[in-house]
Design a protein around this ligand. Structure first.
Ligand code: LLP
Length: 436
């Protein structure tokens, strides 16, 4: 894995810090982020564009994991930000993220969310549908605002990934349909409204993608339409946003390719088609989420009960589960783990790692080789940095874990652990007994 090494005690360290010490200090379950790794990933995307000499924006897809401290890191690395809700926007603004570098996504933005974004003067709306377009026109009129717009289109490209996380195929809830002329209609509406500035187009073909071909195909498809739009109403996009979806290594089966390869393939495809059509080169924007924070995050749990079904299986239960990592239950996602206080010991047992939620499907890992485990051991599950905390929930009224950042041998708490009091903080007692 990209994160972690071993110290003289035989314990797992992250960012130079003993994870067992972190577990003792901050409790478990605990998300631990290696901040240096996040910075490294961000820089490799930026560098690849800089080396290609192309105008670009790398926007972090904050749905992967959003908290104020992380957004400060993202800002320090000079990235832009993709938000998909009023809540993500609020977090970004509170973190002091520059509004002009925020892009607002989502397939059902409410009028209130649009107003909030207009008032904040954000950089760009990624408009998903006609309803949103008319809301944005109305709100912009009310506020005298001139929004910059990217139109989200579905390019009809199938990314080979889990069906719940593909988004670019034709039959998808996201974006304007290309084939049926919806995009033309939307372009016309925008071009006819002097208040709106159509920056360009956006597509996102899916997540956890390991090949460049899907992006190249998307560019090819988009350009076949761009040439028509250029002829019919001289419209040429100044920006092409090709979305995120760059895959990471959860287990040995995953073979990620470097950021540079994606960027090079995109730049090459966009350059080729622009030249062929005699069009100026647009800016290329991307939106990585998982690939910036995924392998930088590790979840530390404490081991509790065990169950052995003779000659069938050993279950090893930890103090979290689908409440802090929904991905195995939702996508059959695979993870790898070690016992953080026994990293150098022989892995002589096979355990299936169970969560503590009241649900048989609450299994984090099936058949993980580990040294003999006992209650009180710390189990570290790798690569939980994306869509872990962000999809965490309070099922069974489990408080959400704390989040700690480590960098240069320093650890700091960036999200506090929820308390039982937090769990009932929005509950209101019954005014009058309904049972008479
Ligand atoms: N841009 C758009 C428009 C997106 O919809 C997404 C992810 C991204 C960028 C970032 O994709 P990434 O680089 O993180 O793959 N909860 C699922 C993933 C859902 C992704 C939704 N959209 C999971 O845990 O795998």
């Amino acid at each position: 894995n990209g994160t972690g090494s071993i110290n003289e005690k035989g314990n797992l360290t992250i960012g130079g810090i003993d994870t067992v010490d972190l577990g003792k200090e901050f409790g478990t379950p605990l998300y631990i982020y290696d901040v240096e790794l996040i910075r490294g990933r961000a820089r490799s995307f930026k560098r690849a564009f800089e080396e290609a000499g192309i105008n670009h924006q790398v926007a972090y897809a904050s749905k992967a994991f959003s908290c104020m401290a992380l957004l400060q890191v993202i800002q320090e690395e000079n990235l832009s930000l993709d938000v998909v809700s009023g809540g993500e926007l609020f977090t970004a603004l509170k973190a002091g993220f520059p509004a002009e570098k925020i892009h607002f996504h989502g397939n059902n933005k409410s009028r209130e969310e649009i107003e909030m974004a207009v008032r904040a003067n954000i950089g760009c709306f990624v408009v998903d549908n006609f309803y949103e377009l008319s809301l944005l026109e109305e709100v912009s009129d009310d506020y005298g605002f001139h929004p910059s717009i990217l139109l989200r289109i579905t390019p009809g490209v199938e990314a080979h990934t889990h069906e719940y996380i593909t988004t670019g195929q034709e039959d998808s809830k996201f974006g304007f349909d290309l084939k049926s002329g919806q995009v033309e209609r939307a372009i016309r509406i925008i071009l006819e409204n002097k208040r709106l500035d159509l920056l360009g187009l956006h597509c996102h073909i899916g997540s956890q993608i390991f090949e460049t071909i899907g992006f190249v195909k998307a560019v090819e498809t988009i350009y076949s339409y761009i040439s028509k739009w250029n002829e019919t109403f001289s419209y040429r996009p100044r920006v092409l946003n090709l979305g995120g979806g760059f895959g990471i290594r959860y287990t040995e089966q995953d073979q990620p390719i470097p950021a540079e390869e994606y960027v090079e393939a995109m730049v090459k495809a966009v350059t080729k088609h622009s030249h062929e059509q005699g069009l100026p080169l647009p800016e290329i924007w991307i939106e990585p989420g998982r690939s910036l924070v995924g392998d930088a995050g590790t979840t530390l749990y404490k081991v509790g009960s065990q169950k052995e079904i003779p000659s069938l299986r050993r279950y090893l239960a930890v103090d979290g589960g689908m409440s802090d990592n929904l991905r195995p239950a939702l996508y059959q996602a695979k993870y790898e783990a070690v016992i953080a206080n026994k990293v150098t010991e022989v892995r002589n047992e096979s355990y299936s790692i169970a969560g503590k939620c009241c649900e048989s499907g609450d299994m984090l890992i099936w058949d993980q080789q580990l040294p003999t485990a006992e209650a009180g051991d710390y189990l570290a599950v790798f690569c939980t940095g994306a869509y872990g905390y962000s999809m965490a929930n309070n099922y069974n009224r489990l408080p959400r874990p704390a989040v700690v950042f480590v960098e240069n041998g320093d650890a700091q708490l960036v999200v506090k652990r929820e308390t039982y009091e937090d769990l009932i903080s929005h509950d209101l007692p019954l005014k009058q007994s309904m049972v008479s």
